[in-house]
Write a protein that binds this ligand. Sequence first.
Ligand code: SIN
Length: 546
Amino acid sequence: MIASRLAAPEPGWTTRADVVVVGSGIAGLTAALRLYGQVGRILVVTKDVLDAGSTQWAQGGIAAALGPGDTPAQHERDTLVAGAGACDREAVRVLVHEGPEAVRELISWGAVFDQQDGVLSLTREGGHHRDRIAHAGGDATGAEIQRALIAAVDRAPEIEVIQHALAVDLVPAADGGVAGVTLHVLGEGQVDGVGRVLCRAVVLASGGLGQVFSQTTNPAVATGDGMALALRAGATLRDLEFVQFHPTVMWLGEQSQGQQPLISEAVRGEGAVLVDGEGRRIMEGVHPLEDLAPRDVVAKAITRRMHETGMPHVWLDARHLGPAFWERRFPTILATARSHGVDPVTELVPVAPAQHYASGGVATDLWGRADVAGLYATGEVACSGVHGANRLASNSLLEGLVFSRRIAEVLPGELRPWSEPVADRRAAGLVPGAVRRRLQEVMTDRVGVLRSEKGLDSALADLDVLAEEVGHEPGPDAWEATNLVTVSRALAAAASLREETRGSHWRDDHPDRDDAAWAGHVDLVLAHGVPSATFHPAPATDGGAA
Ligand code: SIN
């Protein structure tokens, strides 16, 4: 049984804000900056410090049709093909048409992108047929965007920020909508411990769920808190089975756990190639775009080769780039690889797929609205429909920008009246922090890159056993572990329901894409303590397979 409320001490303090933004990456800070001046008090809460989320780690860049000869229509086409028939066409149109303007606004807020001869320098990544990825600091795009957004928030003193604040649960109103949010703050001032913010709207921008797997490119904060909180509040999650595994994550050994170093796809965009232990090219003949095929295609080809050769990794060969190019274009990756004892200038880099991105999340409409009144979601926590079954490289930062701007367009005009919170009668429970490791093993082994009915059934049974270990003391470890169990259980239920292979969802017992039976979405709601998955047909949205 999944807890429908996290057990927590009674709130020791109460404050009010018109809008609470949960999360401080590109999606959260863009929402706050765009809402600024349009609503009363805006409170941004973030689980760690402002720059601890996934945005900071984004390397490759942000995709938008900004280059000569490129158009939103071409970007749309590449996004739909990568999404393997599961994108929402309207959402993709919004993304690609509003994207260029959103990136220009980001630049006007102070983000400095790399230029060549006075024009934006654009590169290419997997699945793109044009150079359309704007980047900063070579391979430090996310860090630059995060820096610029924090500086912009600093210049907007009416945006208040509470750091080290974990959003525990939504506070329900009598109509089932949002009356507030409970927080646990590790603070030193007036707000400390568990308290509540009464509010008229909550914008969830809390990022992904990478920590449900043993190896991920996501930082430690990515424990699926926002998705779990939304599910408990009655919101629908969508397409959770579409988890993207990045093909080239540096392999640090069998025992390495948690956040692993990403080797950006942009390195392949500059000509690096994947080879096996005998030096044979992996992507040759597999796809017309070879090493720049969409991510799911490359991750699958690598996994197959690893199975054939019995090796736990393959190799990335980028030696031809030379020292000067490496230092200028990929300084962060170069330094990280060297810190792990591999010099990509002279050596092959061991790489293997690892969890990278949740394409699904809290189901939203084209304006970021979830199906709980007063709840909005944007960025990785959300499923706006733009990514389908496989996110196109560098579309994630763009999604956060575009849909946060959209939320800020509608939210001020539809702010709910202040609601009285009602007594929360949902069943509370918590599992111990110690389940985390066991859960990650189950998810990695049986709900990871390659899935089957047998593996998913046994994973669901094991996750149910972990979910029964309730009764533990409230605290950040138990709250995060309970969120991890909740989203893992939901993800495994969705993966089990979808009996086909599509994009990043790979079933070895159903190896083909099946548009006749499975074009559409898997929605999840919490019903009597169990995430219940239902399939909703929708027309497939591309002209063919990737
Ligand atoms: C990368 O740089 O390869 C990652 C970019 C992304 O996930 O979009």
